[in-house]
Design a protein around this ligand. Structure first.
Ligand code: F6P
Length: 336
């Protein structure tokens, strides 16, 4: 119940900060060294800086494209570039991360922390093409424990262990409020940013996605390129009078469906015959969060987390993700 008298606010507990939550979780694992906790803090720190920058995007007119095509495909924006720099810097300064794979760069970034145990794959600012228009954007991240020898630089194999080897994954959504959602494989927790205090507070301790839903999210402009099974499934959604919702920013579309129930769809298209989304820093982390929230993520036939990566660090993959029953239904149509 919301307070009715101004003084009643004093009776409301402050709540659990992300910092305290991380510490508490760490204490549940007696052998934890605290390095993963520190790494999560570094990600949170960079995201706080990005909250500030994203909020000023229009004001500073700094959201224009830096080039017609980014190195990795879609046009990049200065804020996308800034997000890349902020996250890499925070992870470098933190010391636990020995290498970063970023959507904004073709090659691995060696942080110089050669004793660091972890590597981080991230899309620093997805949906940034829409930043000029105040559309929600997000950062998506995936963390692995390295398999290469400590003391030297990380190698591609550290990032190519497969989705089930992720030790943590999540995203930050810069929306009407900013939320950080992550998992370490023990459920999913969501934190909402309180700008006046500069803190993330635990707002959703155990996030679960409804088993069924009636929202479908896809770029229907690609309809004539969609494979037959996707069109058949979407036609069923329409016959059932489901609701179409599509922002065009994975973190935003995914986040909404996580709460309402629904399915996000990015099948192969003419332009993107292998799917558009990146396996290592979009599909795998979103699939990890989804499974931990009780949902399902498939590439069509297979569960995303079971699909082995190729040697391509920026590999693309079709993605169908959301409420378990809806996604399994789509999978059955794909298999028929
Ligand atoms: O990262 C790729 C991405 O920008 C996603 O965030 C988003 O869901 C999708 O591409 C949008 O693609 P399209 O513009 O083709 O609908």
């Amino acid at each position: 119940m919301s307070p009715t008298h101004p003084h009643d606010e004093l009776a409301t507990p402050v709540g659990t900060t992300l910092e305290r939550y991380i510490m508490r979780k760490q204490a549940e694992f007696p052998f934890a060294t605290g390095e993963l906790s520190q790494l999560l803090r570094d990600i949170a720190l960079a995201s706080k800086i990005m909250v500030r920058e994203v909020g000023r995007a229009g004001l500073n007119s700094i959201a224009e494209a830096v080039g017609p095509e980014g190195e990795q495909g879609p046009p990049r924006h200065r804020l996308g570039e800034e997000a890349h720099i902020r996250f890499v810097r925070a992870l470098t300064n933190g010391g636990e991360c020995c290498a970063v794979l970023s959507e904004a760069r073709p090659d691995l970034i060696d942080t110089g922390n050669h004793d660091g145990k972890y590597v981080v794959a991230l899309n620093p600012l997805n949906g940034s093409v829409s930043l000029d228009f105040n559309v929600s954007t997000g950062t998506i991240f995936s963390i692995y424990r390295r398999v290469s020898r400590y003391g030297g630089p990380a190698r591609a194999e550290d990032f190519l262990q497969g989705g089930r080897a992720q030790v943590a994954a999540g995203y930050i959504l810069y929306g009407s409020s900013t939320m950080l959602v992550y998992t370490t494989g023990h459920g999913v927790a969501g934190f909402t940013y309180e700008p006046s205090l500069g803190e993330f507070f635990l707002s959703h301790p155990e996030l679960t996605i409804p088993k069924q839903g009636s929202v479908f999210s896809c770029n229907e402009g690609n309809w004539f390129d969609f494979p037959e099974f996707a069109r058949t499934f979407l036609t069923t959604c329409k016959e059932r009078r489901y609701t179409a919702r599509y922002v065009g920013s994975l973190a935003a579309d995914y986040h909404r469906n996580l709460f309402t129930g629904g399915i996000y769809i990015y099948p192969p298209t003419g332009e993107w015959p292998s799917g558009k989304l990146r396996l290592l820093y979009e599909c795998y982390p979103i699939a990890f969060v989804t499974e931990q929230a009780g949902g399902v993520a498939v590439t069509g036939a297979d569960d995303v987390l079971d699909v082995p990566p190729t040697q391509d660090l920026h590999q693309r993959m079709p993605l169908f993700v959301g409420s378990a029953e809806l996604v399994r239904e789509l999978q059955a149509v794909a298999a028929a």
